[in-house]
Design a protein around this ligand. Structure first.
Ligand SMILES: C[S@@+](CC[C@H](N)C(=O)[O-])C[C@H]1O[C@@H](n2cnc3c(N)ncnc32)[C@H](O)[C@@H]1O
Length: 250
């Protein structure tokens, strides 16, 4: 079966196995430092749009008061379990309005699902609607146009199952850009799952946005954010190497 975003619906049970919370510990240090660098010390109220399983957020909840939003009920369920003190809401980062204001809005790899410049404008407008003047927007797409290679195959680094009965999973992701004149790319993902001694493969298609660094900065500036680009350690495969940090002008 070929479906779309199965990793966040019928295959969401695999998320904690294929991308475990421990894998985010090093990166989360950079997010914490990026918040402190621009806002100073404090127990800030933070909102993560596209919180997913809450793996990155789980490393920030002891320092900040967090709220999370996601489009997928299955992923929200993971995050609720991992982050029981966090308030969670089902919603689309382009349109959700919680009627609350935060000190910082975080959009991690979920921002990669913004396929057009108008999607990005809508997500940044959501961030602005939830921030006080002088608040901080942090955004980290998986890929920017400068680091995309046609046909690249990523093999996810997945630890062996830690609990008896957990499936063993291998994931291979092939990136391709069938139409370089638009702002999207495709990730064709194959999951090889060995469960109860039975091996099967499942396939998934994720269509994501691809924009040059200059577009990220100019759209954040257009939305009212004074923006800088900070380095992130990334996955060693050219993904997740940029953190856009924007302060909302008063
Ligand atoms: C890779 S996962 C995020 C994982 C997360 N960084 C973590 O630490 O667990 C991407 C998430 O983006 C969410 N997503 C995709 N499009 C969205 C949208 N328009 N609004 C909100 N969430 C969205 C998906 O449902 C999925 O949970």
């Amino acid at each position: 079966m070929v479906g779309s975003l199965r990793l966040y619906s019928d295959l969401a049970y695999l998320w904690p196995l294929v991308s475990p919370p421990e894998d985010y510990a090093e990166e989360a240090v950079h997010w914490r430092e990026a918040i402190r660098a621009r806002l100073g010390e404090g127990l800030y109220r933070i909102l993560e749009l596209g919180v997913g399983g809450g793996h990155n957020l789980s490393h920030l909840t002891s320092d900040f008061e967090a709220t999370g939003v996601d489009l997928s009920p299955e992923m929200l369920e993971h995050s609720r379990r991992l982050n029981p003190d966090v308030e969670h809401h089902l919603g689309d980062m382009r349109t959700v309005r919680l009627g609350k204001v935060f000190d910082a809005v975080l959009i991690h790899d979920a921002v990669s699902y913004m396929q057009t410049e108008d999607d990005l404008r809508a997500a940044f407008a959501t961030a602005r609607a939830h921030l006080r003047a002088g608040g901080l927007l942090l955004v980290a797409p998986d890929l920017v146009a400068e680091s995309f290679d046609e046909g690249r195959v990523l093999r996810w680094d997945i630890p062996p199952p830690s609990r008896p009965g957990d499936p063993e999973v291998e994931v291979e992701e092939r990136l391709t850009d069938p139409d370089p004149t638009d702002t999207t790319i495709e990730s064709w993902i194959t999951y090889t799952i060995t469960e109860g001694g039975v091996r099967r493969t499942e396939t998934d298609l994720h269509v994501t946005g691809l924009f040059p660094l200059a577009t990220w900065v100019s759209l954040m500036e257009e939305a009212g954010f004074e923006t800088r680009i900070l380095p992130l350690p990334g996955d060693g495969d050219g993904c997740g190497e940029h953190l856009f940090s924007g302060i909302l002008r008063g």
